[in-house]
Design a protein around this ligand. Structure first.
Ligand SMILES: *[C@@H]1O[C@H](CO)[C@@H](O)[C@H](O)[C@H]1NC(C)=O
Ligand SMILES: *[C@@H]1O[C@H](CO)[C@@H](O)[C@H](O)[C@H]1NC(C)=O
Ligand SMILES: *[C@@H]1O[C@H](CO)[C@@H](O)[C@H](O)[C@H]1NC(C)=O
Ligand SMILES: *[C@@H]1O[C@H](CO)[C@@H](O)[C@H](O)[C@H]1NC(C)=O
Ligand SMILES: *[C@@H]1O[C@H](CO)[C@@H](O)[C@H](O)[C@H]1NC(C)=O
Ligand SMILES: *[C@@H]1O[C@H](CO)[C@@H](O)[C@H](O)[C@H]1NC(C)=O
Ligand SMILES: *[C@@H]1O[C@H](CO)[C@@H](O)[C@H](O)[C@H]1NC(C)=O
Length: 923
């Protein structure tokens, strides 16, 4: 392993204060070479006190600020690279890290890596284009005189950073009772009614928070604006000397709902989870004294929120004064909709000046041995290895340290061989009670060997090639697990404790002239004594031990990772999404082993063939081997993988990782035990009558949620392009997930995408087929077909099933539904176990979904709502749900199907196939 040292960076925020610098501000220009003051009056300092990592100049078309003309980057390895910043204990800070990739880097894929604050995971930085600045902000309470910001765990590309900023808060700003357990990670900070696209920040905000303008239109951000929304502003002063002290300039603008309501929808980064959410109001509009402005907050699914009435003037005790209501701990979804609605007795609509939402991020208190290690490294200020920074174990351990996998890890191994250590063996080492392996060989250590009696796990001790004096402590003999002790070539003297000789260990004391075994005899002989009956077999045993130990260490590292994820996941246990943001790379050999060299084929179509596999840890997987034509290049594949790994939803089949080796592009997904919906409607499983009507509704609801996420929760929007009943898969509990998404170009924001027509016969939107213009509405068409399948159990196209007049399900079902005879199309296997009313609801929405023109079709959110209403009808009737049926939440399924698939085996339609096939223009 190459010697890699962490990045040492001690900065005195206050000592660098100059005229241009606010006290408590630090602005680090990473990779920069000279100080400069920007147009806002902020002083930027280069991080040139470090020699670690590399620096490179970048240029981007739209960014001229000097701090964005360089980056500092680090090797993509198992180490962490830390900036150590000086802070004031017991003070709250905002820390902001930004990343502008520019044209740096030679890697095939854009970088993905983690950032952490101290030992706590902060965020995964996923770079997806060259010119967008990624920004991460966090508020924390300093509990030590320094804080470290570390980059680690590059899964693609090289970790890098553009700027690092610290902003100190005053007084009780952002105080929460949980602040010693949680950081606040910024999701949204919005200035409503902003007069330009520019953010408000320093000097308007003395704490340099960045308040984004509500007129900047980003994908899935501040959309669904309520009709009648109007901007207002004032030049009169607003009193903001209270609460979080939003800047006056932010409070001088607002939006008002002239039609009685204000509503928005936005994606909240980092959510679902628990968060801190506050709104900022000030009455800045002139109105007559007999007018009133009273309103309430509405959040779908949270009726309790709607209780309090806001009357800004009354609550703030006057006009032009801040009123700041909010929630210290509220559970929020990723796609967040909210609405302020005027009350009946109010004459005016609501007002909103600003909003802030943070996610609670659990603090990881790091290694149990952290303070011991801090004391240890403080004695070696000159040595590079003592300056790796951050916690010794988390998020990655120091290069010369290994830790176990406990949530609060302990150090199990120290390797300081050949580091020119002088003086005594540091006593701190004797306090590391978890230590298993200690290597101090090849140094210049003098003094006597201290008592390691407390380190009862020690297995291996290397002290050879030093200048240690004195006797061997007899407590070595008491270490129950000791297997190896090497003190060769020192200046030890005295008698070897009998207990050590009686122990069956590998013991080397050669080259210590005055060290003797008992009083007489062997003292002058140079011997390696291996005290077991057969020397050779013991050597072997030692080798085996070493090997086993090495494996164990590897394993404990992996466990460590898992433990960390579980910690950060705690907050979001309510939801099933996993917050990991980048793809795991599997070795081809691992995949080959899991699939028994691709033995069990479970499906095909959708870009490749799918095989069943089982990983070493028992996890079952579906392995999709892509056909060669699917991608043009490695970079394209990796970019798709990066995109895929950002898509997480409980109703989308989980993407676990990928493998790319020997010309094979492989995607790995979770295995779905109950196969495809199609097989439950028509396949072998259908004979077992596994899905009754309420189950079908729940499956439709699950799938619609997954699609809604693709359409509205992803940025840019993702159009599935190949929805069909064989792409709706069922897990152990018969919960449904959509498969095969994201393997196609994402939609350009808002508009349509033109590309080669792709889809499956019977599900293909006729409008898309003729115009080649792809929109979300093409997915709606396909989903409508699926709804008709759920009602009827029929396949979408058939020459026989639909009688003489029809060849496809749309024309057939429409004619009956419009004729009022729905009974004629209901799947006989439903056996009248349903409320006709709920079938009607689904039939009506299905007919809308398959309208010939996209514009006539509903959005997926509306479809979802109708399905939920149908479920409510069914549940309140209490007719069905007898016996064996499973819903998404029931504990386990009694089904055990022979046929399981990740995707179905319907023919994927390629363009040439389409041309010869009959016109899919239906009706
Ligand atoms: C920092 O403040 C905390 C809490 O007030 C205190 O326990 C700790 O000893 C302080 N640490 C230092 C280094 O001053
Ligand atoms: C912080 O508080 C101090 C004292 O209360 C005050 O003098 C100073 O102006 C405040 N700083 C800011 C940026 O508000
Ligand atoms: C603000 O940004 C949007 C896009 O985000 C753009 O369409 C609009 O023209 C901008 N307005 C101004 C005043 O720059
Ligand atoms: C909003 O109010 C305006 C004027 O009062 C009216 O013209 C418009 O139709 C209203 N819009 C809606 C959606 O109610
Ligand atoms: C928020 O509330 C949830 C549920 O009551 C709780 O588990 C969590 O610890 C709370 N978080 C904070 C930061 O108080
Ligand atoms: C130890 O010291 C020697 C001689 O000064 C030097 O050449 C060597 O690089 C040093 N090794 C380390 C790891 O610092
Ligand atoms: C590294 O990143 C991957 C993918 O984001 C994640 O699964 C893994 O847990 C991370 N490792 C650590 C040590 O955080």
């Amino acid at each position: 392993m190459a010697w890699i040292f962490g990045l040492v960076f001690l900065l005195l925020c206050l000592s660098t204060a100059s005229k241009a610098q606010m006290p408590g501000f630090l602005s680090l220009d990473c990779g920069g070479t000279e100080k400069h003051t920007d147009s806002l009056g902020l002083l930027w300092t280069p991080d040139d006190q470090t020699t670690l990592g590399g620096t490179v100049a970048i240029s981007t078309p739209e960014e001229a600020r000097m701090q964005y003309r360089t980056v500092r980057y680090f090797p993509a390895d198992d180490n962490k690279y830390c900036y150590t910043l000086q802070v004031q204990n017991r003070t709250r800070y905002l820390v902001r890290a930004t990343f502008l990739y520019g044209n740096f880097g030679t890697s095939d894929a854009y970088p993905t890596f983690d950032i952490s604050l101290g030992a706590s995971y902060w965020s995964t930085i996923v770079i997806s284009d060259e010119n967008t600045i990624e920004v991460e902000e966090l508020i924390f309470l300093a509990t030590l005189p320094t804080v470290s910001v570390c980059l680690s765990n590059a899964t693609t590309g090289q970790p890098f950073i553009s700027t690092l900023e610290l902003r100190q808060f005053n007084g009780s700003l952002y105080f929460t009772t949980a602040e010693t357990q949680y950081f606040l990670s910024l999701s949204a900070r919005i200035n409503f009614g902003a007069e330009s696209n520019y953010s408000v920040r320093y000097p308007d905000d003395p704490f340099d928070r960045i308040w984004e303008s509500d007129s900047v239109r980003k994908a899935n951000y501040l959309v669904d604006v309520a009709p009648g929304t109007e901007k207002i502003s004032t030049t009169k002063p607003v009193d903001v000397s209270y609460g979080e002290r939003p800047p006056e300039k932010v409070m001088q603008t607002a939006v008002v709902g002239r039609n009685g309501s204000l509503g928005y929808r936005l994606d909240l980064d980092g959510f679902p989870g628990f968060g801190w959410a506050f709104s900022y109001f000030a009455e800045i509009e002139d109105f007559h004294s007999d007018e009133t402005r009273k309103f309430k907050l509405f959040i779908p699914g949270m009726p309790a929120i709607s209780k309090p009435t806001v009357d800004v003037q009354e609550n703030a005790q006057g006009r032009f004064r801040l009123y700041e209501p909010g929630y210290y701990n509220i559970s929020l979804p990723f796609v967040f909709s909210f609405e302020f609605k005027k009350t009946n007795d109010s004459s005016m609509g609501p007002i909103l000046n600003a909003l802030e939402i943070y996610k609670y991020l659990q603090i990881n208190f790091g290694s149990k041995d952290a303070s011991i290690m801090a004391s240890l490294v403080s004695q070696y200020v000159q040595a590079d290895w003592a300056h790796e920074g951050g916690d010794p174990c988390l998020p990655a351990s120091w290069s010369w340290v290994q830790c176990n996998s406990d949530p609060q890890p302990k150090i199990v191994s120290i390797n300081l061989s050949g580091k020119n250590l002088t003086g005594d063996i540091p006593l701190e080492l004797t306090k590391l009670t978890g230590l298993i392996d200690l290597r101090l060989d090849g140094n210049l250590l003098t003094g006597s060997i201290p008592d390691f009696g407390e380190c009862i796990n020690l297995e291996s001790i290397h002290l050879e090639n030093n200048q240690l004096i004195g006797t061997l402590p007899s407590t070595f003999a008491d270490l129950p697990n000791l297997r190896e002790l090497n003190v060769r070539n020192n200046k030890l003297s005295g008698v070897i404790p009998q207990g050590l000789i009686d122990k069956h260990i590998s013991f080397n004391y050669e080259g210590n002239a005055d060290l003797a075994r008992k009083r007489n005899g062997l003292n002058h002989t140079v011997i390696i004594i291996i005290i077991v009956v057969l020397g050779v077999s013991v050597t072997l045993a030692a080798l085996v031990t070493c090997f086993a130990f090495a494996r164990k260490r590897n394993k404990s590292r992996q466990n460590g990772n898992i433990a960390t994820i579980q910690q950060t996941k705690k907050l979001s246990t309510y939801f099933s999404e996993v917050g990991t943001e980048s793809a795991h790379r599997y070795a081809l050999s691992e995949i080959e082993e899991a699939t028994g060299k691709f033995q069990k084929k479970i499906g095909s179509g959708g870009f490749g063939i799918v095989y069943y596999g089982k990983l070493k840890d028992g996890k079952e997987i579906a392995v999709k081997v892509l056909t060669n034509e699917s991608y043009q290049g490695i970079r394209e594949f990796l970019n798709e993988v990066t995109l895929l790994s950002r898509i997480h939803h409980r109703n989308l089949v989980t993407f676990l990782g990928y493998s790319q080796q020997d010309g094979k592009n492989i995607l790995v997904y979770e295995f779905m035990h109950n196969g495809a919906l199609k097989d439950h409607l028509r396949g072998s499983a259908a004979l077992k009558r596994t899905v009754n009507w309420i189950n079908r509704l729940e499956i439709a609801e699950n799938a619609a949620r997954g699609i809604e996420y693709l359409h509205t929760g992803c940025s840019p929007t993702i159009i599935h392009r190949d929805l069909k009943s064989s792409n709706i898969l069922l897990d152990k509990n018969m919960g449904a997930k959509v498969a095969d998404f994201g393997l196609s170009k994402p939609a350009v924001d808002g508009s349509h995408v033109s590309s080669i027509v792709r889809g499956t016969v019977g599900y293909l939107d006729p409008e898309y087929y003729t115009s080649q213009q792809l929109t979300e509405k093409s997915d709606i068409y396909s989903f409508g077909i699926i709804l008709l399948e759920l009602i009827s159990g029929q396949e979408p196209i058939s020459n026989e099933r639909f009688g003489a007049n029809f060849r496809n399900i749309v024309a057939w079902a429409t004619s009956y539904i419009e004729g009022g005879n729905i009974q004629a199309i209901i799947d006989p296997s439903l056996e009248n176990q349903f409320e006709l009313q709920s079938i009607w609801k689904i039939a009506e929405i299905a007919i809308l979904c398959v309208k010939p023109q996209g514009i006539q079709r509903p959005s997926i959110s509306l479809v979802l709502k109708e399905i939920q209403e149908a479920i409510a009808i069914e549940q309140s009737s209490g007719v069905t749900n007898g016996g064996m049926m499973m819903t998404g939440n029931s504990p386990s399924s009694s089904l055990n199907l022979d046929s399981v698939a990740l995707t179905g085996s319907e023919t994927q339609m390629n363009p040439s196939f389409l041309k010869v096939f009959s016109q899919p223009v239906l009706r």
